[in-house]
Ligand binder design. Structure first.
Ligand code: CU
Length: 243
C-alpha cells in the first residue's frame, strides 16, 4: 500500500513569463524553498522518484486539462524553468511531487499558476469508467464502490482495435502513472501500478495495470492514467464518485 504523503515542508512559487492564453506556450519559472527559513531547494536537495527529481502535476479548475511536466534547473539555486501550453484560458493549480533529502518522504507542494477563475467553475462530474484516446480504449474497474478513507483496488485495461494491448512502454520507470484530483483541488494522489516495474526500456507492459487508491474525502474525483506507446504519452481521463 503506497504511503500517505507527508505534510508539505516546502513552498512553491510560479512566475509565468507572459499571461496564460489557451493554446499559447509560455515559459514559467518555478521556485522551491523550505517553508522554514525560505532556503532555496535545488536538485541536490531532492531525491529521484520514478526517474525524476521534480514532477509537476498540473490541472485546470474544470479538471479537464491535465499536464505532467519535468522542469529543468534555472539560473539560480531553487529555480526551475518549464514551457507550458495551457489548453484552457484562466488559472491552473500545480503540485510539485518531490522527495526532499531532508525528510526522505514524498510530498506534494501546491501553488497556483495564472489568474484564478472569476466566474464559478462548472465541473463535469459524470462517472466515466472508460475512455478512447488516440486509438486506444481504456477501461477502469474498481473492486468496490470507492468510499472515503478506504483503500480500493483498481485496474486499467488497455486495448487497441478490440485486442488487449501489450505494447505499453516504460514511462518514468513504470508502465503507467495514475493521478487523481478530488474536485475541491485541495489534494492530489499520484500512484503507480503494482507488480513488476520495468527494468529496461525494451520491456513492454499491459494490457492490465492494477493499482491501489485510497481517496481521503467523499466527492467527485477525476483520474488520469498516463501510458506510453510508440514513444508518445497517452492520457486517459476517468471520473468516479467517492462516497
Ligand atoms: Cu513525472
Amino acid at each position: 500500500m503506497p504511503q500517505a504523503p507527508q505534510r508539505a515542508t516546502l513552498s512553491l512559487s510560479l512566475t509565468p513569463q507572459a499571461p496564460l492564453v489557451a493554446g499559447k506556450t509560455v515559459s514559467v519559472v518555478a521556485r522551491l524553498a523550505t517553508l522554514k527559513g525560505g532556503k532555496p531547494v535545488s536538485f541536490d536537495d531532492l531525491r529521484e522518484a520514478h526517474t525524476k527529481k521534480l514532477h509537476l502535476l498540473i490541472i485546470d479548475p474544470m479538471l479537464s486539462d491535465y499536464h505532467h511536466i519535468h522542469p529543468a534547473p534555472g539560473g539560480k539555486p531553487g529555480e526551475y524553468v518549464f514551457a507550458f501550453t495551457p489548453g484552457k484560458d484562466g488559472g491552473y493549480r500545480i503540485w510539485a511531487d518531490v522527495v526532499p533529502r531532508a525528510t526522505g518522504k514524498q510530498e506534494y507542494v501546491q501553488a497556483d499558476l495564472g489568474e484564478p477563475e472569476q466566474k464559478p467553475v462548472v465541473v463535469d462530474r459524470s462517472v466515466r469508467m472508460s475512455a478512447a484516446v488516440d486509438g486506444y480504449q481504456f477501461t477502469l474497474t474498481l473492486d468496490r464502490p470507492p468510499s472515503a478513507g478506504q483503500a480500493v483496488m483498481g485496474s486499467v485495461t488497455v486495448s487497441k482495435d478490440g485486442q488487449p494491448f501489450t505494447g505499453l512502454e516504460p514511462v518514468m520507470g513504470a508502465f503507467a502513472h495514475i493521478v487523481a484530483f478530488p474536485e475541491d483541488l485541495q489534494s492530489v494522489l499520484h500512484v503507480h501500478p503494482m507488480g513488476m516495474e520495468p527494468t529496461s526500456v525494451a520491456q513492454r507492459g499491459g494490457p492490465t495495470l492494477d493499482f491501489h487508491l485510497e481517496p481521503a474525502k467523499p466527492g467527485f474525483v477525476k483520474l488520469f492514467a498516463q501510458v506510453r506507446s510508440d514513444g508518445k504519452d497517452v492520457f486517459a481521463p476517468f471520473g468516479v464518485v467517492v462516497k
